[in-house]
Design a protein around this ligand. Structure first.
Ligand SMILES: Cc1cc2nc3c(=O)[nH]c(=O)nc-3n(C[C@H](O)[C@H](O)[C@H](O)COP(=O)(O)OP(=O)(O)OC[C@H]3O[C@@H](n4cnc5c(N)ncnc54)[C@H](O)[C@@H]3O)c2cc1C
Length: 356
C-alpha cells in the first residue's frame, strides 16, 4: 500500500482541526486532515429542517469574552444573532409542578450563528482544498520514525487501510480519546498518558434535544423558552429559534446520566410529556425533533466520559506539554487549551498554537 507524504497531518476534523487546516491553507505547505467520521464538525452538528439548522452540539458563543470566535465569524462574513430571552421563565419542581418565574438575560450575552454552528465549519472549508480532507479515516497508530511520524488509518489489530507520513502531526481531538483509542510507538511516557486520560472531554457525557414547531406558541404566551427543571429528563431548556423566521424551536439538555439513557424512545416520550407540562399541549407535537446522545459517540466519548461533568474544569495541555517527540506531535483540541478550554474559543486558540 502506498504511503502518502505531507508536511503536516491533522488528526480530527472538528473546529480545531478545520481551523488549523484553514490556517495552513494560507501557507505554501502540504497538509491533510484525517477525520474518523463520515462528516466534519466533530461536536458541532446542525441538522437541517426547512432551511433551519438546529444545533445539537454547541449553539452559543459569547462575543464579549470570546474574541477569536467573534472575530472569525465576522471575518468569514457570517451573521450571529442574540439568543432569544424575552419574556418569563418556567420552573419545574421535583413533583412535576410548574410555575412561571421571572426571566433573565444570560450574562455575558449568548449569541447563536445564522445557519447553525456548522456554518462556520462549512465556510472555513471553502478555503481548504477538497482533496486535503479525508473522511472515514480513523487514525489508529502513530509511529515515530527519525524526524517524522508514520500514521496508520483503520482499526487496531487489523491491516491499515491507508498510511501517511509527515514531519508534523496535529492531534485535533480530545486527549482522553487519543490516549484511549490511538496507539503510539514508542510508548508515550506514563505521566503523559495518565494526564491525557484524566482530562475530561467537555460535554461528552451529555445529550441534547431540539423540537421544532410552526408557531412560537411560548413566545405568544409571553414566555422566553427558558426553563429549569428539578424533575427532568431535561434539566435546562431554551428557545432555539432564529429570530427572523420559522420554524421555531425549543432545545434542552437531558439532565439524567448516560447509563439511564439506554431506551431512546422512552426518553423521547418522557421529554415530550415534560415539554407539554411546561409549555402546554402544542409542545408535545413538534413537526420534527432531533436528539443526540454524545456519550454514545465513539469518536467523542470514552467509558470515562459516561458520567456527565456538571462543573467546567480548568483545562491546560496534558502534563503541561503542548508537543512531544521533539516537536513532531502537537496537541490541539479545546481540552488542551490554556484559555477558554472546553469552548469553541479554546479550540481556535489551540489550532493557532499548533500551527505556529
Ligand atoms: C451538547 C454540547 C453543547 C455544547 N455547547 C457549547 C456552546 O454552546 N459553546 C461552546 O463554546 N462550546 C460548546 N460545546 C463544546 C464545543 O462543542 C467544543 O469546544 C468544540 O466543538 C471542540 O472542538 P474540537 O475540534 O476541539 O473537538 P471535536 O469537535 O471533538 O473534534 C474532534 C474530531 O476528531 C475526530 N476523531 C476522533 N477520533 C479520531 C481518530 N482516531 N482519527 C481521526 N479523527 C478522529 C472526531 O470525529 C471529531 O471530528 C458543546 C459541546 C456539546 C457536545
Amino acid at each position: 500500500m502506498p504511503t502518502e507524504t505531507v508536511d503536516t497531518l491533522i488528526v480530527g476534523g472538528g473546529l480545531s482541526g478545520i481551523y488549523a487546516a484553514y490556517l495552513l491553507a494560507q501557507r505554501d505547505e502540504s497538509f491533510v486532515v484525517l477525520e474518523a467520521r463520515e462528516r466534519l464538525g466533530g461536536r458541532i452538528l446542525s441538522p437541517e429542517h426547512q432551511n433551519f439548522f438546529s444545533d445539537l452540539g454547541p449553539s452559543w458563543y459569547w462575543p464579549e469574552i470570546h474574541p477569536k470566535m467573534a472575530g472569525l465569524i465576522q471575518e468569514q462574513g457570517l451573521k450571529g444573532y442574540r439568543q432569544f430571552e424575552n419574556g418569563l421563565g418556567r420552573f419545574q419542581r421535583p413533583n412535576g409542578e410548574v410555575q412561571t418565574v421571572s426571566g433573565y438575560a444570560t450574562e455575558p450575552l449568548s449569541w447563536r450563528l445564522q445557519g447553525g454552528m456548522m456554518a462556520l465549519i462549512t465556510k472555513l472549508c471553502e478555503k481548504i482544498p477538497e482533496n486535503a480532507i479525508k473522511l472515514n479515516h480513523p487514525v489508529c497508530h502513530i509511529e515515530k520514525n527519525g524526524a517524522e511520524a508514520h500514521v496508520s488509518v483503520g482499526e487496531l489489530e487489523k491491516e491499515p487501510w491507508a498510511r501517511f507520513r509527515a514531519k508534523k502531526i496535529i492531534l485535533a481531538l480530545p486527549p482522553r480519546l487519543t490516549a484511549s483509542t490511538i496507539l503510539f510507538t514508542p510508548d508515550l511516557p506514563d505521566n503523559l498518558t495518565q494526564a491525557m486520560l484524566k482530562i475530561g472531554t467537555w460535554m461528552a457525557g451529555h445529550a441534547k434535544f431540539t423540537a421544532l414547531y410552526e408557531e412560537p406558541f411560548w413566545r405568544q404566551a409571553k414566555l422566553s423558552g427558558q426553563a429549569f427543571s428539578q424533575r427532568g429528563p431535561m434539566g435546562e431548556l431554551h428557545d432555539a429559534s432564529n429570530n427572523e423566521q420559522g420554524p421555531y424551536g425549543l432545545t434542552g439538555f437531558v439532565g439524567i446520566p448516560a447509563a439511564q439513557r439506554h431506551n431512546q424512545q422512552l426518553l423521547i416520550d418522557a421529554i415530550l410529556s415534560q415539554l407539554e407540562l411546561i409549555y402546554g399541549k402544542p409542545a408535545a407535537k413538534p413537526t420534527i425533533l432531533f436528539y443526540k446522545d454524545w456519550a454514545r459517540e465513539q469518536f467523542t466519548a470514552t467509558k470515562l466520559d459516561q458520567p456527565p461533568m456538571y462543573e467546567h474544569p480548568l483545562y491546560y495541555p496534558p502534563a503541561r506539554q503542548t508537543s512531544f517527540w521533539d516537536g513532531i506531535i502537537h496537541f490541539a483540541g479545546t481540552e488542551t487549551a490554556t484559555k477558554n478550554g472546553g469552548y469553541l474559543e479554546g479550540a481556535l486558540g489551540t489550532a493557532e498554537r499548533a500551527v505556529g
